[in-house]
Ligand binder design. Structure first.
Ligand SMILES: [Zn+2]
Length: 274
């Protein structure tokens, strides 16, 4: 069974898809980070630095399971011929991770695509020329702002992902926050891309946020003000990140992130200064 977090009636399951080095030096990816900030981030997440000094990323999706259904958050790097093949360590292992969790693709009723980067939509659609949704019974949720910005984000995903989802009548466009059928809700967290979204599941005082790329490295968890070079609007991304991480002071906010070494992190929001 893959790593999971139980929160009230919800089981959040981390689904590994792959791991590998980032394509450019990490100091270019976070140009504002200081030597002290890197040192703190490396103590916090030593697995994100390989022996050659490269940023080592995990690639994972998450499932949120309850008696109301199965929601998948993101769809990984995908198969060997998927759109992430030019840079990510394909083929991904998501099908095996789903099987280990006891989830058949047909059981997934909702797929939340946090954003239209290739390492988050890899398994959304498969089959090459005969493209079909990999999760045949799922509604695929995407922010309308993301779909409308596709040409600026990644035009290749029109024919690879959006057109096949539309043809199968599986694409649902959202305008901001929205409840999820299986529980929890989608939160609009723009900045990384224009229509980036995350998922928040509440169980009493404790919550879990499946962040997507709201933060991509521990250096942005320890220092949420730090921009990542591939954020399309770094200022909006910072506001979205700080808003989520600050949250209410009571309870624990669990973070479920796609790219950090540990799939789950318990985050205690700093209490406001008095
Ligand atoms: Zn990513």
């Amino acid at each position: 069974m893959p790593p999971s977090l139980q929160l009230g009636p919800y089981t959040v399951i981390a689904l590994a898809d792959g791991e590998g080095p980032f394509f450019s030096p990490r100091r270019e990816a976070f140009p504002g980070a200081t030597a002290d900030q890197w040192a703190a981030a490396d103590r916090f997440d030593p697995g994100a630095l390989d022996a050659d000094g490269r940023w080592w990323l995990r690639f994972r999706a998450f499932a949120v399971r309850s008696d109301r259904g199965v929601t998948l958050v993101d769809a990984g790097i995908g198969p060997a011929d998927g759109p992430a093949a030019s840079w990510a360590p394909v083929p991904g292992a998501l099908p095996a991770s789903l099987a280990a969790a006891g989830i058949d693709p047909a059981d997934v009723d909702t797929v939340v695509l946090t954003h239209l980067h290739t390492d988050h939509v890899g398994w959304a659609v498969v089959g090459g020329e005969r493209a079909r949704p990999y999760f045949p019974n799922a509604a695929y949720l995407l922010q309308r702002a993301e779909a409308e910005a596709l040409d600026r984000i990644n035009p290749q995903l029109r024919s690879a992902v959006l057109d096949p989802l539309r043809a199968a009548d599986r694409l649902r466009l959202l305008d901001g926050d929205a409840p999820l059928r299986g529980g929890g809700r989608v939160l609009a967290t723009p900045g990384h891309t224009p229509g980036h979204q995350s998922v928040l599941v509440d169980a009493g005082r404790d919550r879990v946020a499946v962040t997507g790329d709201l933060l991509v490295h521990a250096v942005q968890l320890l220092h949420p003000e730090l921009a990542y070079a591939h954020e399309m609007d770094a200022e909006r991304a910072r506001v979205s990140r700080e808003r989520l991480l600050r949250g209410p002071a009571a309870g624990t906010l669990h973070l479920a992130t796609p790219h950090l070494t540990e799939p789950f992190l318990a985050h205690r929001p700093a209490r406001p200064a008095v």
